[in-house]
Design a protein around this ligand. Structure first.
Ligand code: ATP
Ligand code: MG
Length: 261
C-alpha cells in the first residue's frame, strides 16, 4: 500500500520543509515513510535533516544520464538515507545540477520509491510558476496544505487547492503554521474555504527555528516542544489510503507533465 502526499503552500517560507519532516517522523511511528525533497530548484531539506554532505542526491537521479559526482551511474537506492526512522531522499543545491536536471524524471524516481513504502511525502516548492514547481501536486494523491493564518498566505494556499483540484489531486487537510496565540478571525474564517479538515495549528516556535539551525527535524531536536506535539496531533488526522503500489507507480510513470503551470 502507498499514498503520496505533496506538502505545499504556494507561498514561500510557510514551513513546508519543517512540516514534511515533522509529519514524516510522526507518521513513521505507524507506517513506512519516505520523504523526498521535491523542491528541486531551491532544495534545502538536506539542511533540515543533517544531510548537507549526502554524496548522492535526487539531483543526480534527475540528470539525463543519472550519474553521481564521481561520474558513476547511480540508482534510486543510492540517494536514500535512513534518518530518524524514515527514508529521506535529499536534493542537491548546485545551480548547474538543477539546470541539467529534467523535472519529468521525478515521475520515475517516485514510481520506484512507491514500490517500497507506505507513505510518500513530497516537500514541494513555493509558487506554481514552473513545471518543477507543480509536478509534486500533479503526482500526489492528496496535498497537505501548509499556511499561515494571514490573508496573503491563505490566498496562495487556496490557489494551490484550486490547482490540485484541476489535476484530480485531493486535499488531505490544511495545517496552520507559525500561529501566534489563537488562529484569529482570519484563520477561523478560512477553515470554511478549504476542502479537507483542519489538521492542526502549530505555534510559532523558537524550537522550530533552533531545530533548523541544528540541522535536525523538529521532532528529533525538541520532541517535547508544543510545536512537536501539534505536529504529532496533526499527523494523527492523516489516514493514508492503502492504494496498490503497482497502480500508484503506473500513475506516476504515465502522469502528464503540464506544459504550462
Ligand atoms: N512553527 C514554526 N515556528 C517558528 N519558525 C518556524 C516554524 N516552522 C518553520 N519555521 C522556520 O521558518 C523558516 C522556513 O521554514 P521552512 O524552510 O520549513 O519553510 P518552507 O515553506 O519549506 O520554505 P521554502 O518556501 O523556502 O521552501 C525556517 O527557518 C524554519 O525553521
Ligand atoms: Mg522548503
Amino acid at each position: 500500500m502507498v499514498e503520496a502526499f505533496a506538502v505545499a503552500s504556494g507561498k514561500g517560507g510557510t514551513g513546508k520543509t519543517t512540516t514534511t519532516l515533522a509529519l514524516g517522523m510522526a507518521l513513521a511511528r505507524r507506517y513506512d515513510v519516505t520523504v523526498v525533497d521535491a523542491d528541486t530548484g531551491m532544495a534545502n531539506l538536506l539542511f533540515h535533516a543533517g544531510l548537507a554532505d549526502a554524496p548522492v542526491t535526487l539531483q543526480d537521479l534527475l540528470a539525463p544520464d543519472a550519474r553521481g559526482p564521481d561520474g558513476a551511474a547511480v540508482d534510486v537506492a543510492d540517494a536514500c538515507y535512513d534518518r530518524h526512522g524514515m527514508r529521506v531522499v535529499p536534493c542537491g543545491t548546485s545551480l548547474a545540477g538543477f539546470e541539467r536536471s529534467d523535472p519529468a524524471r521525478l515521475r520515475e524516481v517516485v514510481a520506484e520509491l512507491a514500490a517500497d513504502t507506505d507513505v510518500l511525502l513530497l516537500d514541494s516548492p513555493a509558487t506554481l510558476a514552473s513545471k518543477s514547481a507543480v509536478l509534486p501536486i500533479v503526482l500526489a494523491d492528496r496535498v497537505v496544505v501548509v499556511t499561515q493564518p494571514t490573508i496573503p498566505a491563505l490566498s496562495d494556499a487556496l490557489k494551490v487547492q484550486e490547482y490540485a483540484a484541476s489535476y484530480g489531486t485531493g486535499i488531505a487537510g490544511v495545517l496552520f503554521n507559525k500561529v501566534r496565540g489563537d488562529l484569529g478571525s482570519v484563520g477561523t474564517q478560512a477553515e470554511r474555504y478549504f476542502e479537507g479538515p483542519t489538521l492542526g495549528s502549530v505555534p510559532d516556535s523558537d524550537a522550530a527555528r533552533a531545530a533548523r539551525d541544528a540541522g535536525e527535524p523538529l521532532l528529533a531536536h525538541a520532541p517535547d516542544s508544543d510545536a512537536a506535539e501539534a505536529y504529532r496531533a496533526a499527523a494523527a488526522g492523516i489516514d493514508p489510503e492503502a492504494n496498490a503500489a503497482g497502480d500508484v507507480a503506473d500513475r506516476f510513470r504515465s502522469a502528464v507533465v503540464p506544459d504550462r503551470p
